[in-house]
Design a protein around this ligand. Sequence first.
Ligand code: ADP
Ligand code: MG
Length: 465
Amino acid sequence: MEKKSIKKKDIFVSEEEKTIDWSQIQDSLEKNFGTEVYSSWLKNIELLKEFNDHLVLGVPTRFFRDWIVSRYLDKILKLLKTFKMSLNRVEFKISEDNKSNINSSNSKNIEFNKITEIKDSILNYNRLNPNLNFDNFIEGTSNKIALSSSKKICEQLSRYNPLYIYGGVGLGKTHLLNAIGLELQEKNNVMFISAERFMYHFIKSIKKNDMVNFKDFFRKSSVFIIDDIQFIRGKEGLQEEFFHTFNSLIEKSSQIIISSDRAPMKLDRVQDRIKSRLSGGLTVDIEIPDLELKTEIIRKRILDVQSQFKENFKVSEEVINYIASESKTNIRELIGVLNRVITYSRIHKKELNVNDCKNVLKDVFNQTKVITVDKIQNTVSNFFNISLNEMLSQRRSRPLARPRQIAMYLAKKMTTRSLPEIGRRFANRDHTTVIHAVKTISKLSENDDEMKKNIVQIKAMLLEE
Ligand code: ADP
Ligand code: MG
């Protein structure tokens, strides 16, 4: 033990001062990361040396090291600190390097080489979508500033650097980034990539031992657009690489444009120095669209499809309003919903009314709650403490007739079944019986407090289940 601690005596921890019990840490790693991650990655880490402020850990390959660094290092370090406060970093040593016969047929290496042979060049993923441009981005109160800032960047590069656009899912961030790329690509070397793909290439280059090319490739762009930067949260190795890429781009005055689902300072598990870089230019947000913007997007989309298919199908004002007000927050969802309605309407060659729309869209808007006539019948009979058979029977005594009518009324209000269909489900009654029930209960639920209360309660039960 004396032999080992001769060098760097001041910081190297001698045998008797060692406090780290690696098997204990391994247990804790397994507990914290789960068995799968542990057994595929972390189990392979061994403790080589312990210092006061850091540990030297051994890993089998370079790939292992980089994978662990980019995904788990943060958490590992935190965990290590709970065992030994004074630790503030870890160093990795690659055991493969120490082996004399590097060319030995290590099965892992063979596998990695195979993976890297799959040809998907970075360029394949740098495509801009010609359909996401400024012309078809509709301006509204919620995106006005983001849109005008994006356009300004295109007129004068490096005016704000970086431009950082953030907002919730499906609000148009990628669309704007793409539009900027399209606008600038003619005169500039534009790189457009999502943070996730950036990570993918990063890992791949590590595997191929080709970091030089990776760095060159990304750093030579004059416009660097990176989408969904929140992806780097908690990934130390990736942040490190991104930070260097960012700095060298700024140094040569390349324009950087970034999108994220949250403001720079809200990016938890991202290094402070990166957060401050990200907020060093202009930060703008996209808010939730208002009714006006949603309506306009719908109208524009209908016109587009009409001209695309050279068809003059119609979507009524009522339906436009319905879709705009039902779809709450997300433009992607809004467009998805509209596409369904349009497709349905084209296939069936008919103009849809609001009821048809409800039908077409029931699983979109009621994703979690599908209320059926059966369910209503069961809930109502339970509520009034009568049997289902009694409720569906032909008997007309009020204690049975009222619940029956309430169930019919709710079936009409809460499902998309037609009156005749509902009648059939109630022991083959005529649709006029259903109409009568709906009218009766509608009126009662306005004037009769008891009825009002019952209806509210039953509805709540149906929606809750
Ligand atoms: P994000 O990247 O913010 O999640 P996207 O840019 O992918 O959202 O937008 C989702 C969908 O909504 C895309 O089809 C996009 O074209 C469309 N979209 C969003 N905002 C607008 C807008 N203002 N005008 C037209 N289409 C929009
Ligand atoms: Mg996006």
